[in-house]
Design a protein around this ligand. Structure first.
Ligand SMILES: Cc1ncc(C[n+]2csc(CCOP(=O)(O)OP(=O)(O)O)c2C)c(N)n1
Ligand SMILES: [Mg+2]
Length: 306
Protein backbone atom coordinates (compact mmCIF):
# COMPACT_ATOMS: atom_id res chain seq x y z
CA UNK A 1 0.00 0.00 0.00
CA UNK A 2 1.43 3.34 -0.94
CA UNK A 3 1.06 6.51 1.07
CA UNK A 4 -2.21 8.50 0.78
CA UNK A 5 -2.84 12.19 1.34
CA UNK A 6 -4.66 11.39 4.60
CA UNK A 7 -1.62 9.46 5.86
CA UNK A 8 0.62 12.51 5.71
CA UNK A 9 1.86 13.76 9.10
CA UNK A 10 0.52 17.09 10.39
CA UNK A 11 3.99 18.43 11.03
CA UNK A 12 5.61 20.45 8.27
CA UNK A 13 9.33 19.98 7.71
CA UNK A 14 9.09 22.88 5.28
CA UNK A 15 7.09 25.18 7.52
CA UNK A 16 4.40 27.80 7.12
CA UNK A 17 5.76 31.33 7.26
CA UNK A 18 7.96 30.97 4.19
CA UNK A 19 7.63 33.89 1.81
CA UNK A 20 6.53 32.28 -1.46
CA UNK A 21 3.94 34.11 -3.58
CA UNK A 22 0.30 33.10 -3.08
CA UNK A 23 -0.46 30.12 -5.30
CA UNK A 24 3.20 29.14 -5.76
CA UNK A 25 3.27 25.57 -7.06
CA UNK A 26 6.83 24.96 -5.89
CA UNK A 27 5.96 25.71 -2.25
CA UNK A 28 3.08 23.21 -2.31
CA UNK A 29 5.30 20.59 -3.95
CA UNK A 30 8.16 20.98 -1.47
CA UNK A 31 5.95 21.05 1.63
CA UNK A 32 4.20 17.82 0.66
CA UNK A 33 7.28 16.00 -0.56
CA UNK A 34 9.00 16.71 2.75
CA UNK A 35 6.14 14.98 4.57
CA UNK A 36 7.00 11.80 2.67
CA UNK A 37 10.77 12.13 2.90
CA UNK A 38 10.68 12.69 6.65
CA UNK A 39 13.14 13.99 9.21
CA UNK A 40 16.12 11.88 8.26
CA UNK A 41 16.77 13.98 5.16
CA UNK A 42 19.46 16.46 4.13
CA UNK A 43 18.60 19.11 1.54
CA UNK A 44 20.65 20.95 -1.09
CA UNK A 45 19.29 23.92 -3.04
CA UNK A 46 21.07 26.21 -5.49
CA UNK A 47 19.99 29.80 -6.21
CA UNK A 48 16.29 29.91 -7.07
CA UNK A 49 12.92 31.03 -5.69
CA UNK A 50 12.94 28.16 -3.19
CA UNK A 51 16.18 29.44 -1.71
CA UNK A 52 14.77 32.94 -1.34
CA UNK A 53 11.33 32.09 0.00
CA UNK A 54 12.56 29.21 2.17
CA UNK A 55 15.80 30.50 3.63
CA UNK A 56 16.70 34.16 3.64
CA UNK A 57 18.86 35.02 6.63
CA UNK A 58 17.91 35.24 9.48
CA UNK A 59 14.77 33.18 8.74
CA UNK A 60 14.54 29.57 7.61
CA UNK A 61 11.53 27.36 6.87
CA UNK A 62 13.45 24.07 6.82
CA UNK A 63 13.29 21.74 9.83
CA UNK A 64 15.95 19.42 8.40
CA UNK A 65 19.61 20.15 7.60
CA UNK A 66 19.65 22.51 4.65
CA UNK A 67 22.50 23.73 2.44
CA UNK A 68 22.55 26.44 -0.16
CA UNK A 69 25.10 25.71 -2.89
CA UNK A 70 26.26 27.28 -6.15
CA UNK A 71 24.02 27.05 -9.18
CA UNK A 72 26.22 24.58 -11.01
CA UNK A 73 26.84 21.94 -8.40
CA UNK A 74 23.67 20.76 -6.62
CA UNK A 75 24.13 17.14 -7.67
CA UNK A 76 27.88 17.17 -6.89
CA UNK A 77 27.34 18.58 -3.39
CA UNK A 78 24.53 16.15 -2.62
CA UNK A 79 26.84 13.35 -3.79
CA UNK A 80 29.60 14.46 -1.41
CA UNK A 81 27.23 14.62 1.53
CA UNK A 82 25.79 11.17 0.80
CA UNK A 83 29.25 9.62 0.61
CA UNK A 84 30.32 11.36 3.83
CA UNK A 85 27.20 10.11 5.62
CA UNK A 86 27.93 6.58 4.40
CA UNK A 87 31.45 6.84 5.80
CA UNK A 88 29.95 7.85 9.14
CA UNK A 89 27.68 4.79 9.04
CA UNK A 90 24.53 6.86 8.43
CA UNK A 91 23.49 5.04 5.27
CA UNK A 92 19.79 5.49 5.99
CA UNK A 93 19.83 9.30 5.58
CA UNK A 94 18.19 10.51 2.35
CA UNK A 95 20.08 13.26 0.54
CA UNK A 96 18.00 15.40 -1.81
CA UNK A 97 18.78 18.18 -4.26
CA UNK A 98 15.88 20.54 -4.98
CA UNK A 99 16.61 22.73 -8.00
CA UNK A 100 14.58 24.83 -10.42
CA UNK A 101 14.41 24.34 -14.17
CA UNK A 102 17.13 26.92 -14.80
CA UNK A 103 19.37 25.20 -12.26
CA UNK A 104 18.67 21.82 -13.85
CA UNK A 105 17.94 22.06 -17.58
CA UNK A 106 20.68 24.65 -18.12
CA UNK A 107 23.16 25.55 -15.41
CA UNK A 108 23.27 22.41 -13.23
CA UNK A 109 23.11 19.91 -16.09
CA UNK A 110 26.79 19.00 -16.11
CA UNK A 111 27.01 17.97 -12.44
CA UNK A 112 23.58 16.34 -12.72
CA UNK A 113 24.57 14.24 -15.71
CA UNK A 114 27.82 13.19 -14.04
CA UNK A 115 26.04 12.15 -10.82
CA UNK A 116 23.49 10.19 -12.87
CA UNK A 117 26.28 8.49 -14.82
CA UNK A 118 27.93 7.42 -11.55
CA UNK A 119 24.53 6.28 -10.23
CA UNK A 120 25.05 8.24 -7.02
CA UNK A 121 22.68 7.31 -4.21
CA UNK A 122 20.73 10.59 -4.12
CA UNK A 123 17.33 12.01 -5.07
CA UNK A 124 17.29 15.01 -7.39
CA UNK A 125 14.05 16.98 -7.70
CA UNK A 126 13.66 19.51 -10.50
CA UNK A 127 10.71 21.75 -9.73
CA UNK A 128 9.75 23.07 -13.10
CA UNK A 129 8.19 26.54 -13.25
CA UNK A 130 9.47 26.90 -16.80
CA UNK A 131 11.66 30.01 -16.41
CA UNK A 132 14.24 31.70 -14.20
CA UNK A 133 11.58 33.19 -11.94
CA UNK A 134 13.67 34.40 -9.02
CA UNK A 135 15.65 36.86 -11.13
CA UNK A 136 12.66 38.27 -12.99
CA UNK A 137 11.22 35.67 -15.39
CA UNK A 138 13.97 34.91 -17.92
CA UNK A 139 13.51 31.98 -20.31
CA UNK A 140 15.21 28.66 -19.59
CA UNK A 141 15.68 25.55 -21.73
CA UNK A 142 12.50 24.32 -20.06
CA UNK A 143 10.32 27.28 -21.09
CA UNK A 144 7.69 26.12 -23.60
CA UNK A 145 7.32 27.39 -27.17
CA UNK A 146 5.46 30.68 -27.47
CA UNK A 147 5.74 31.70 -23.83
CA UNK A 148 6.41 35.32 -22.99
CA UNK A 149 9.34 35.89 -20.63
CA UNK A 150 11.43 39.03 -20.12
CA UNK A 151 14.09 37.58 -22.45
CA UNK A 152 11.56 36.27 -24.99
CA UNK A 153 9.30 39.33 -25.15
CA UNK A 154 6.06 39.43 -27.10
CA UNK A 155 6.20 42.27 -29.59
CA UNK A 156 5.99 42.84 -33.32
CA UNK A 157 9.16 40.93 -34.23
CA UNK A 158 9.65 38.38 -31.45
CA UNK A 159 6.47 36.72 -30.23
CA UNK A 160 7.55 34.80 -27.16
CA UNK A 161 9.97 31.87 -27.09
CA UNK A 162 10.78 30.57 -30.55
CA UNK A 163 12.31 27.28 -29.40
CA UNK A 164 10.66 24.24 -27.85
CA UNK A 165 10.87 22.89 -24.30
CA UNK A 166 13.87 20.69 -23.56
CA UNK A 167 12.84 17.23 -22.32
CA UNK A 168 14.98 16.89 -19.21
CA UNK A 169 13.33 13.75 -17.82
CA UNK A 170 14.09 11.91 -21.06
CA UNK A 171 17.69 13.13 -20.96
CA UNK A 172 18.11 11.66 -17.48
CA UNK A 173 16.30 8.47 -18.52
CA UNK A 174 18.99 8.01 -21.18
CA UNK A 175 21.52 7.70 -18.32
CA UNK A 176 19.94 4.33 -17.40
CA UNK A 177 19.36 5.26 -13.77
CA UNK A 178 17.09 3.27 -11.41
CA UNK A 179 14.27 5.82 -11.20
CA UNK A 180 13.02 8.71 -13.32
CA UNK A 181 9.56 10.23 -13.00
CA UNK A 182 7.56 13.29 -13.86
CA UNK A 183 4.90 14.53 -11.45
CA UNK A 184 2.69 17.57 -10.97
CA UNK A 185 1.29 19.82 -8.28
CA UNK A 186 -2.11 19.05 -9.86
CA UNK A 187 -1.84 15.30 -9.11
CA UNK A 188 -0.74 15.08 -5.46
CA UNK A 189 -1.55 11.40 -4.98
CA UNK A 190 0.51 10.43 -8.02
CA UNK A 191 3.34 12.70 -6.83
CA UNK A 192 3.42 11.32 -3.27
CA UNK A 193 3.44 7.75 -4.57
CA UNK A 194 6.41 8.51 -6.79
CA UNK A 195 8.32 10.26 -4.01
CA UNK A 196 7.69 7.32 -1.68
CA UNK A 197 8.90 4.90 -4.34
CA UNK A 198 12.02 6.99 -4.95
CA UNK A 199 12.71 7.22 -1.22
CA UNK A 200 12.64 3.44 -0.86
CA UNK A 201 15.03 2.80 -3.73
CA UNK A 202 18.81 3.04 -3.96
CA UNK A 203 20.91 4.75 -6.59
CA UNK A 204 20.20 7.84 -8.63
CA UNK A 205 16.58 8.94 -8.59
CA UNK A 206 15.19 11.89 -10.54
CA UNK A 207 11.82 13.65 -10.39
CA UNK A 208 10.73 16.51 -12.63
CA UNK A 209 7.71 18.19 -11.07
CA UNK A 210 5.39 20.63 -12.79
CA UNK A 211 5.09 23.66 -10.52
CA UNK A 212 2.77 26.41 -11.74
CA UNK A 213 3.92 30.00 -11.11
CA UNK A 214 1.14 32.65 -10.94
CA UNK A 215 3.66 35.50 -10.98
CA UNK A 216 5.66 34.41 -14.01
CA UNK A 217 2.86 32.76 -15.93
CA UNK A 218 0.43 35.60 -15.29
CA UNK A 219 -2.49 33.65 -13.89
CA UNK A 220 -4.76 34.13 -10.85
CA UNK A 221 -3.35 32.61 -7.68
CA UNK A 222 -6.35 30.33 -7.09
CA UNK A 223 -6.02 28.31 -10.32
CA UNK A 224 -2.52 26.86 -9.75
CA UNK A 225 -3.95 23.33 -9.56
CA UNK A 226 -6.49 23.81 -12.38
CA UNK A 227 -3.70 24.90 -14.71
CA UNK A 228 -1.59 21.92 -13.68
CA UNK A 229 -4.54 19.63 -14.46
CA UNK A 230 -5.04 21.22 -17.88
CA UNK A 231 -1.33 20.79 -18.66
CA UNK A 232 -1.75 17.03 -18.29
CA UNK A 233 -5.19 16.85 -19.90
CA UNK A 234 -3.90 18.70 -22.98
CA UNK A 235 -0.73 16.60 -23.25
CA UNK A 236 1.57 19.57 -22.58
CA UNK A 237 2.86 17.59 -19.57
CA UNK A 238 3.23 13.80 -19.59
CA UNK A 239 3.02 12.02 -16.24
CA UNK A 240 5.25 8.96 -16.35
CA UNK A 241 7.68 6.94 -14.31
CA UNK A 242 10.49 4.61 -15.29
CA UNK A 243 11.78 1.99 -12.89
CA UNK A 244 15.05 0.55 -14.21
CA UNK A 245 14.30 2.03 -17.61
CA UNK A 246 10.81 0.59 -17.98
CA UNK A 247 8.72 3.63 -18.75
CA UNK A 248 5.03 3.74 -17.90
CA UNK A 249 2.65 6.64 -18.46
CA UNK A 250 0.89 6.98 -15.09
CA UNK A 251 -2.03 9.13 -16.18
CA UNK A 252 -3.40 8.96 -19.68
CA UNK A 253 -6.07 11.58 -20.47
CA UNK A 254 -9.22 9.88 -21.83
CA UNK A 255 -9.41 12.46 -24.58
CA UNK A 256 -6.81 15.20 -24.82
CA UNK A 257 -8.25 18.72 -24.61
CA UNK A 258 -7.00 21.29 -27.16
CA UNK A 259 -3.79 22.97 -26.07
CA UNK A 260 -5.61 26.31 -26.44
CA UNK A 261 -7.75 25.41 -23.35
CA UNK A 262 -4.49 25.30 -21.39
CA UNK A 263 -2.94 28.41 -22.94
CA UNK A 264 -5.90 30.75 -22.53
CA UNK A 265 -5.73 30.72 -18.73
CA UNK A 266 -2.25 32.26 -18.68
CA UNK A 267 -1.10 35.75 -19.60
CA UNK A 268 2.28 34.45 -20.78
CA UNK A 269 0.57 32.93 -23.85
CA UNK A 270 -1.95 35.74 -24.45
CA UNK A 271 -0.14 37.19 -27.49
CA UNK A 272 0.07 33.90 -29.40
CA UNK A 273 -1.28 33.89 -32.95
CA UNK A 274 -3.44 31.10 -34.37
CA UNK A 275 -0.41 29.96 -36.35
CA UNK A 276 1.72 29.73 -33.19
CA UNK A 277 -1.01 27.80 -31.40
CA UNK A 278 -1.16 25.39 -34.36
CA UNK A 279 2.62 24.93 -34.17
CA UNK A 280 2.43 24.19 -30.44
CA UNK A 281 -0.54 21.83 -30.87
CA UNK A 282 1.41 19.96 -33.53
CA UNK A 283 4.42 19.73 -31.20
CA UNK A 284 2.21 18.38 -28.38
CA UNK A 285 0.59 15.79 -30.70
CA UNK A 286 4.02 14.58 -31.81
CA UNK A 287 5.39 14.55 -28.25
CA UNK A 288 2.40 12.55 -27.02
CA UNK A 289 2.75 10.10 -29.86
CA UNK A 290 6.51 9.77 -29.19
CA UNK A 291 5.98 9.28 -25.42
CA UNK A 292 3.39 6.56 -26.08
CA UNK A 293 5.63 4.79 -28.59
CA UNK A 294 8.64 5.12 -26.31
CA UNK A 295 6.64 3.51 -23.50
CA UNK A 296 5.93 0.51 -25.76
CA UNK A 297 9.47 0.31 -27.13
CA UNK A 298 11.14 0.42 -23.70
CA UNK A 299 8.75 -2.22 -22.41
CA UNK A 300 9.56 -4.52 -25.33
CA UNK A 301 13.28 -3.92 -24.87
CA UNK A 302 12.99 -4.70 -21.18
CA UNK A 303 11.03 -7.92 -21.82
CA UNK A 304 13.48 -9.09 -24.45
CA UNK A 305 16.37 -8.79 -21.97
CA UNK A 306 14.53 -10.41 -18.99
C1 LIG B 1 26.15 31.22 -11.59
C2 LIG B 1 24.95 32.05 -11.34
N1 LIG B 1 24.33 32.67 -12.36
C3 LIG B 1 23.22 33.42 -12.13
C4 LIG B 1 22.73 33.59 -10.86
C5 LIG B 1 21.52 34.46 -10.62
N2 LIG B 1 20.32 33.69 -10.35
C6 LIG B 1 19.91 33.45 -9.09
S1 LIG B 1 18.44 32.61 -9.01
C7 LIG B 1 18.32 32.57 -10.70
C8 LIG B 1 17.10 31.96 -11.35
C9 LIG B 1 16.92 30.49 -11.07
O1 LIG B 1 15.97 29.93 -11.94
P1 LIG B 1 15.43 28.48 -11.68
O2 LIG B 1 16.53 27.54 -11.46
O3 LIG B 1 14.48 28.15 -12.77
O4 LIG B 1 14.62 28.63 -10.30
P2 LIG B 1 13.37 29.61 -10.00
O5 LIG B 1 13.94 30.96 -9.67
O6 LIG B 1 12.52 29.66 -11.22
O7 LIG B 1 12.67 29.01 -8.83
C10 LIG B 1 19.44 33.21 -11.30
C11 LIG B 1 19.64 33.37 -12.76
C12 LIG B 1 23.41 32.92 -9.79
N3 LIG B 1 22.98 33.01 -8.54
N4 LIG B 1 24.52 32.18 -10.05
MG1 LIG C 1 12.40 28.18 -12.72
Amino acid sequence: MSIGIKDLPEENLFTAGHTACAGCGAAIVVRNIMKVLGENTVIYTPANCLLVFGATYPHIAWKVPYHHVAFENTAACATGMKRALNTLGKEDTTVVGFAGDGGTADIGMQALSAAAERNEDIIYVMYDNEAYMNTGIQRSGSTPYGAWTTTTPAGKVIKGKELFKKDVAQIILAHNVPYVATASVGYPQDMLKKVEKAKNMKGFRFLQIYSSCPTGWRHPTDITVEIANKAVESGMWTLFEAVDGRMEITHRPKERIPVQDYLKLQGRFRHMSEEQIRILQNWVDKKWDRDSRLEKALKMLDESTD
